[in-house]
Design a protein around this ligand. Structure first.
Ligand SMILES: Nc1ncnc2c1ncn2[C@@H]1O[C@H](COP(=O)(O)OP(=O)(O)OP(=O)(O)O)[C@@H](O)[C@H]1O
Ligand SMILES: O=C(O)C1=C[C@@H](O)[C@@H](O)[C@H](O)C1
Length: 301
């Protein structure tokens, strides 16, 4: 049996697992119970240390062979198995690692409409044991339940932006919250002043992926996007492109950048649309860790 540098190797209890080490090419004696049997199942599983993207996909060369009284036996099973990447475990390990260094600071997710701030934010908040707040929802609540689209229609964008700033001010007084900000929150400097009380993370999603996601659910709830008949994907893409031209530099002010293109490249994926929200949340924690090390000097991390 051979496995490449796993953290732990687990066997069915037929084998004396205390004899197992992580070195390849090991053989293990079996217990007396097994010796008395003609056939017995052996289940082998390997777990890898959770420290970085390179561990997300691992090929494991395994060969299980039997021998009797030092006479080599036949290979009973061999193969190259793709080790499944345990997303939830890695998310848990990463969040536990960085949580003490956050010292209760809030995490503000910034990014274009549809970049996944709400979806990823909820996963992050759960992993960190933080609460979750969505700025758009808070604004709607303060406006007696009127939707963002209606606020724009009734009172105009300036009114909405003032409410957005007020909500960010209130959030800046809080601790242990993951905040999903509105896509346009980055355009006002005063909003950055509030968000910088915490750690800001930019979810950087290619515009074509954004346009696909948004056109799949419709643009009705997004007042800055075209809401007419026709090729909704192309119209949304064009509008997102012009918004991004105005905002790209502002998003880049964030303390950490989570690029879906970079994650896909690390994982050998061609398409960012295959990346799960949990994988993106893990990358967010990794990029926060980079920030804590490089900008705050926590080299022990
Ligand atoms: N990793 C993902 N893969 C595929 N679809 C996703 C992913 N993350 C989010 N989505 C989908 O994209 C859409 C937008 O996601 P979400 O509401 O989380 O984004 P948002 O940044 O909060 O948007 P907004 O700023 O407009 O409120 C939703 O339909 C969501 O299900
Ligand atoms: O990108 C934007 O400017 C917006 C994004 C949404 O989250 C809402 O805050 C509102 O529709 C404006």
């Amino acid at each position: 049996m051979e496995a490449l540098v796993p953290q732990t190797v687990q066997f069915t209890n037929w084998i004396y697992s205390d004899k197992v080490t992580n070195r390849p090419g090991r053989s293990f004696p079996v217990s007396q119970t097994l010796k008395d049997r003609k056939r017995f199942p052996v289940l082998v599983s390997a777990r890898f240390p959770a420290n970085g993207a390179s561990n997300r996909r691992r090929n494991v060369d395994m060969e299980v062979s039997c021998s009797y009284k030092s006479v080599p036996g036949s290979v009973v099973e061999s193969g190259n198995n793709q080790a499944p990447f345990d997303e939830s475990l890695l998310l848990k390990v990463k969040s536990e690692k960085i949580k003490p260094y956050l010292e209760g600071r809030c995490i503000y997710l910034v990014g274009m409409m549809g970049s996944g701030k709400t979806t990823v934010g909820k996963i992050l908040s759960q992993a960190l044991g933080y609460s979750f707040s969505d700025c758009d929802t808070l604004i709607e609540q303060e406006a007696d339940g009127i939707s963002v689209a209606e606020i724009f229609k009734l009172h105009g964008e300036g009114f909405f932006r003032d409410k957005e700033t007020e909500v960010l001010r209130q959030l800046s007084l809080m601790r242990c919250v993951v905040v999903s900000t509105g896509g346009g929150a980055v355009v006002r400097n005063i909003n950055w002043k509030y968000m910088q009380k915490g750690i800001t993370v930019w979810l950087d999603v290619p515009l074509d992926a954004l346009a696909q996601r948004i056109s799949a659910v419709g643009t009705g709830s997004r007042p800055l996007l075209p809401n007419e008949s026709g090729d909704i994907y192309s119209k949304t893409f064009m509008r997102l492109s012009s918004l991004f031209e105005l905002r790209g530099e502002s998003y880049a002010n964030a303390n950490a950048r989570v690029s879906l293109e970079n994650i896909a490249a690390k994982l050998g994926e061609r398409d960012v649309s295959n990346l799960t929200p949990t994988v993106i949340a893990i990358e967010a924690l990794e990029q926060i860790e980079v920030f804590l090390k490089e900008k705050e000097g926590h080299n022990e991390l």
